[in-house]
Write a protein that binds this ligand. Structure first.
Ligand code: PEP
Ligand code: MG
Length: 552
């Protein structure tokens, strides 16, 4: 039995055979020839295209909703008679089926790319279908996520894109393990929201052989290869026991001496609302709207957006719902919001509000959809902008909100410059919300996707606490919606720094509520001051916990 170690980023344990997600399907060799029977080769190609079409259709049926239409359209492409005629013609000239498929798709890809715009963006769909047909012909694993494999499997990948993670379901994926990725990467955040145990930054994961039984502990970050039966039973049992949620009064979040702290949920769409309500969310502190549209080639219509926003607003009558406008770019590219050119470093390029300033029509449509969605509901809608760096940007966003009839406009504090000048931003924003994930990434110049830099991403870093303190003292309500808010002890420290609300993945809510309910505001303040005098994250936690009895 081998033991691998990484960072446990989504709690719970999972056991199953490894499904190793492959990277790109290799390009069939140029000039590859078939054995001399064009009719048989053409029939082989035809059958592969039909199998891929049928598989795409079946996936669509299983997924339902928008995915069904998208996958049905892809199946139609795989069955396209003109494409099939081109493949047959190339095979007639002696080209092997794999290469013929590759070249025929290339031809159509060039045509679409040349047209540009919406059709240009569909070129990537063609690549996916092509790779599937080539994989089918070559007998190699399909790219992307597998369909239900009969029993839950452990997904193993070098890295997973948020767009792939969003499609995972705990019924099919027992756990996932990646070689790359950090604890605050969007992939880790989505895994927590979905309840899929996960370990990232796990050295050696990419060389696990397909089908190998794996036991993944998302709390400790340990991955056991070929575990014993006893080991599996003990780890799964321990994880179930840890899941026992503390019994906390259903009262609104507050310290033991009654200082109110709104405890809100981070959500990625209406699908996350039931869990938020079940875990006692008093509203929504971060609605990551870009997660709704990761797979889109075209901007979603106002109607569609309105429906997705209204569903959430009506679930929280009389409560705060904080919607973040599309935060595109870096690891969450939206193909309908492209940056103006190639960016050498997308995380430092046009993302968040910067992208929306390049596409003001998309922002205006989203704000209109939000205003229409809120009309007639009793939820208190707050709208906020991601990646604000200056007061001028915050002011531009507030004006756009006002134009759409939205009365509460805020700014996320995710860039150190914004934290340093939070008072200037507060002068033009109704509220602030600290995104500690990006704030740590930019303050420490440490990519949040890079597993090897996870220590610099530690939200207990005293420098990060200093920046949060600046935002909290800026003069308008200031919450935290980064992953830091979901750590019970750190939640107390953030409250001690002056933060008025904490927003987190729903599963963390009962733990944070219980921690706050056991400590006074004064204890939180003393703990915060102690943490800020420390030099390292470990010392900061230890110093804070000295003043927060009962917290580890
Ligand atoms: C953050 O950066 O802390 C945040 C909440 O936004 P996201 O994680 O979606 O970038
Ligand atoms: Mg962010």
């Amino acid at each position: 039995m081998e033991r691998l170690a990484g960072a446990g980023v989504s709690p719970g344990a999972g056991y199953g055979p490894a499904y190793v997600m492959t990277g790109a399907v290799p390009e069939p060799a140029p000039g590859a020839r078939h054995g001399g029977d064009p009719a048989a080769e053409a029939a082989r190609a035809e059958a592969a295209m039909e199998r891929v079409a049928a598989e795409l259709e079946a996936r669509g049926e299983a997924a339902g909703g928008d995915a069904k239409d998208v996958l049905a359209a892809q199946a139609m492409i795989a069955r396209d008679p003109a494409l099939s005629a081109d493949v047959t013609a190339l095979i007639g000239d002696g080209t092997a089926a794999e290469r013929a498929v590759f070249e025929a798709f290339l031809h159509y890809r060039d045509i679409l790319s040349g047209i540009g715009g919406y059709l240009g963006a569909r070129a990537a769909d063609l690549d996916d279908i092509r790779d599937r047909v080539v994989a089918e012909l070559a007998g190699v694993p399909m790219p992307g996520l597998p369909r239900a494999a009969g029993r839950p499997y452990v997904l193993v990948a070098r890295d997973l894109a948020p767009a792939d993670t969003a499609l995972l379901s705990p019924e099919i994926v027992a756990a996932f393990v990646t070689e790359e990725g950090g604890p605050t990467s969007h992939t880790a955040i989505l895994a927590r929201a979905l309840g899929v145990p996960a370990v990232v930054a796990c050295a050696g994961a990419a060389s696990i052989a397909p089908g190998t039984p794996l036991l993944v502990d998302g709390d400790t970050g340990v991955v056991r290869v070929l575990p014993s039966r006893e080991q599996v039973a003990a780890t799964l049992r321990a994880a179930r026991e840890r899941e026992t949620v503390p019994a906390v009064p259903a009262a609104p979040g507050a310290t033991s001496d009654g200082h109110p702290v709104a405890l809100l949920a981070n959500i990625g769409g209406p699908g996350d609302v039931p869990s938020a309500l079940r875990h006692g969310a008093e509203g929504v502190g971060l609605y990551r709207t870009e997660l709704l549209f990761l797979d889109r080639g075209q901007a979603p219509s106002e109607e569609e957006q309105m429906a997705a926003y209204r569903e959430v607003l009506t679930a929280f009558p009389g409560k705060t719902v904080t919607v973040r406008v599309l935060d595109a770019g870096a690891d969450k590219p939206l193909s309908f919001l492209p940056p103006p050119g190639r960016e050498p470093n997308p995380a430092l390029g046009r993302r968040g509000l910067r992208v929306l300033r390049d596409h003001p029509d998309v922002l205006a449509a989203q704000l209109r959809a939000l205003a229409r969605a809120a009309a007639g509901t009793s939820a208190a809608l707050r709208v906020m902008a991601p990646m604000v760096a200056t007061a001028e940007e915050a002011s531009w966003f507030a004006a756009a909100c006002e134009e759409a009839g939205l009365t509460c406009a805020g700014a996320m504090i995710e860039v150190p410059a914004a934290a340093l000048r939070a008072a200037d931003i507060a002068a033009v924003a109704d509220f602030l919300s600290v995104g500690t994930n990006d704030l740590a990434q930019y303050a420490f110049a440490a990519d949040r996707e890079a597993g090897a830099l996870a220590a610099l991403q530690d939200p207990w870093q005293p420098a990060l606490l200093d920046l949060v303190a600046m935002a909290a003292a800026a003069g308008v309500p200031c919450g935290v919606c980064g992953e830091a808010g979901g750590d019970p002890a750190l939640g107390c420290v953030l409250v001690g720094l002056g933060v008025s609300s904490l927003s987190m993945g729903a599963r963390a809510l009962p733990w944070v509520r219980a921690a706050l309910a056991r400590h006074t505001l004064e204890q939180c303040r003393t703990a915060a001051a102690a943490a800020r005098t420390a030099r390292t994250p470990a010392e900061a936690r230890a110093a804070a916990c000295d003043h927060l009895p009962g917290l580890p």
